[in-house]
Design a protein around this ligand. Structure first.
Ligand code: 5GP
Length: 118
């Protein structure tokens, strides 16, 4: 069994977070340390530790994460200018919290997708 993270407590509203959306499959809330004017995390309610752990059973949840991202981007007023959706996986991906989450980042030009190597 995977260990719960702080995100499970946010889903259950045991610790505070600015929750923008919640349904039976997913929860979306503002990142505590925003890297852009809009920085929202969209997560499955079910504990899936990493992108490596998704299964066919999760496809409706994963699809919901995208439709909620589009809805929130429109709500935040960043849909037309654009934004970035990002999922980090494990150490090389820079994952810090082991509960799958999609970052929705926008509100300013975000630059190239990866830092350029010198
Ligand atoms: P990762 O690096 O795993 O892709 O991203 C984890 C994200 O979760 C980071 O952007 C971090 O700021 C955010 N985060 C970590 N702990 C909390 C928390 O307790 N509340 C909220 N709202 N965001 C958190």
């Amino acid at each position: 069994m995977a260990e719960e993270t702080i995100f499970s407590k946010i889903i259950r509203k045991e610790i505070p977070a600015q929750i923008l959306y919640q349904d039976e499959l997913v929860t979306a809330f503002r990142d505590i340390n925003p890297q852009a004017p809009t920085h929202i995390l969209i997560i499955p309610n079910k504990l899936i530790p990493t992108a490596n752990d998704v299964t066919a059973e999760d496809e409706s949840t994963l699809g919901r994460m995208l439709t909620v991202a589009a809805k929130l981007a429109a709500q935040e007023g960043i849909a037309a200018d654009g934004y970035r959706l990002m999922i980090n996986c494990n150490r090389h991906g820079g994952q810090e919290v082991y509960h799958l989450h999609m970052h929705l980042l926008g509100g300013r030009p975000l630059g190239p997708m990866l830092a350029r190597r010198e």
